[in-house]
Design a protein around this ligand. Structure first.
Ligand SMILES: NC(=O)c1ccc[n+]([C@@H]2O[C@H](COP(=O)([O-])OP(=O)(O)OC[C@H]3O[C@@H](n4cnc5c(N)ncnc54)[C@H](OP(=O)(O)O)[C@@H]3O)[C@@H](O)[C@H]2O)c1
Length: 272
C-alpha cells in the first residue's frame, strides 16, 4: 500500500509502455517489505534534464531506472559516476545523493553476462560481434571485454558513436582485439544491441543469411520475446538467447543499488 512515507522511484524512457522493470521492481519492494514504489515516466528525447530538475524538488523521489533514449544523455546529469558507467558512456540507474544531486551506474552489461551465464553460455575465448553502439551496446561491450573473449567486433549505423566506443575499449583493453566491422558472419556470438525489433515495421538489425548453425544470437529487446531476427536465425539453425535474460540478470543489482545502506525504510508492521 502506498502511504505518506513511501519512497518514489521512476522508470524514465520513451516509449515506456513495453517496460517490464516497474513490475519486477515493485514485486521486489513488496517481497522485501520495503516502503517504495516504482512508476513509469514517459519522457520524450530532449526533456530529461528538465524532468530531473523538477523531480529533484520532490523530496521523496529517490532515483530512477533510465532507458531508451536517455542512457547516454543522463550521464551529464550525474554528479558521481562508477568507472564502468564512465567507460560505457551511459547510465541505466541513478539515485539521489544530495538535495539536487544524483549518482549513476550502468548495470546493463553485468545483467547481460549474468543472463548469458544463467543460460549456460560462456564468453571467454569466443569471437563476439556486437551490433549497436548506444547505451546498452556500450555496457555490453565493456562487460564482455572484461571476460577475455577471443575478439570483439563492433558494428553500428552511425559512425561517430561507433568510433567513440571503439576508442574507449581500445584504451581500456589494449590486449584485446577490438575491431570495427561490417558483417556479422564469422563470429560465435552475435548480439543485437540496437533498438531494431521493438517496432513491428523495423528492419532486421543484420542479415540473417550470414548466421549459420552453431552460432549463438543474443537479443536485448524484451518485447516481443522472440524478435523477428531471433525467428530468422533460429530457422537457420542458430541458438537464440532472448532479451528478457538481460533484465532478469540485473534485477537484484538494481534492487541493491536503490536499497543499500537502508535507503528505503521497511514498511510499518513488517519490521523484524
Ligand atoms: N533486456 C534488457 O534488460 C535491456 C536493457 C537495456 C536496453 N534494452 C534494449 O536495448 C535497446 C537499445 O537501448 P539503448 O539504451 O542502447 O538505446 P540507444 O542508446 O538509443 O541506442 C540505440 C542503438 O540502436 C541503433 N539504431 C536505432 N535505430 C536504428 C535504425 N533504424 N537502424 C540502425 N540502427 C539503429 C542506434 O544506432 P545509431 O547510433 O546509429 O543511432 C544505436 O546503436 C532498446 O530496445 C532497449 O529496450 C534492453
Amino acid at each position: 500500500m502506498i502511504g505518506g512515507a513511501t519512497k518514489l522511484f521512476g522508470l524514465v524512457g520513451h516509449p515506456v509502455a513495453h517496460a517490464r522493470t516497474p513490475q519486477a521492481m515493485n514485486a521486489l519492494f513488496e517481497r522485501n517489505g520495503l516502503d517504495a514504489v516504482m512508476v513509469p515516466f514517459d519522457v520524450p528525447g530532449t526533456d530529461l534534464a528538465r524532468c530531473l530538475a523538477s523531480l529533484s524538488r520532490v523530496g521523496n523521489f529517490q532515483g530512477m531506472v533510465v532507458t531508451v533514449p536517455h542512457k547516454m544523455s543522463a550521464i551529464a546529469l550525474c554528479r558521481d559516476l562508477t568507472p564502468r558507467a564512465r567507460l560505457a558512456g551511459a547510465v541505466n540507474v541513478m539515485r539521489r545523493v544530495g538535495e539536487d544531486a544524483f549518482a549513476g551506474d550502468m548495470l546493463d552489461g553485468e545483467g547481460f553476462v549474468v543472463g548469458l551465464a544463467a543460460a549456460g553460455h560462456s564468453v571467454a575465448g569466443r569471437r563476439i560481434c556486437i551490433v549497436g553502439a548506444g547505451g546498452a551496446a556500450s555496457a555490453i561491450a565493456v562487460a564482455l571485454a572484461e571476460r577475455q573473449p577471443a575478439k570483439l567486433t563492433l558494428i553500428n549505423r552511425s559512425r561517430e558513436r561507433l568510433l567513440a566506443l571503439h576508442e574507449r575499449l581500445r584504451l581500456r583493453f589494449p590486449d584485446l582485439e577490438v575491431v570495427i566491422g561490417e558483417h556479422v558472419g564469422g563470429h560465435d556470438l552475435v548480439v543485437n544491441a540496437t533498438s531494431l525489433g521493438l517496432r513491428e515495421d523495423d528492419p532486421l538489425p543484420f542479415d540473417p543469411e550470414q548466421i549459420g548453425p552453431g552460432v549463438l544470437v543474443a537479443e536485448v529487446i524484451m518485447t516481443p520475446e522472440i524478435t523477428p531476427i531471433l525467428h530468422a536465425v533460429a530457422r537457420r539453425g542458430a541458438a537464440i538467447h532472448a532479451g528478457r535474460a538481460m533484465l532478469d540478470g540485473q534485477l537484484d543489482a538494481i534492487f541493491r543499488y536503490f536499497s543499500e545502506g537502508g535507503r528505503i525504510a521497511v514498511r510499518r508492521g513488517r519490521e523484524a
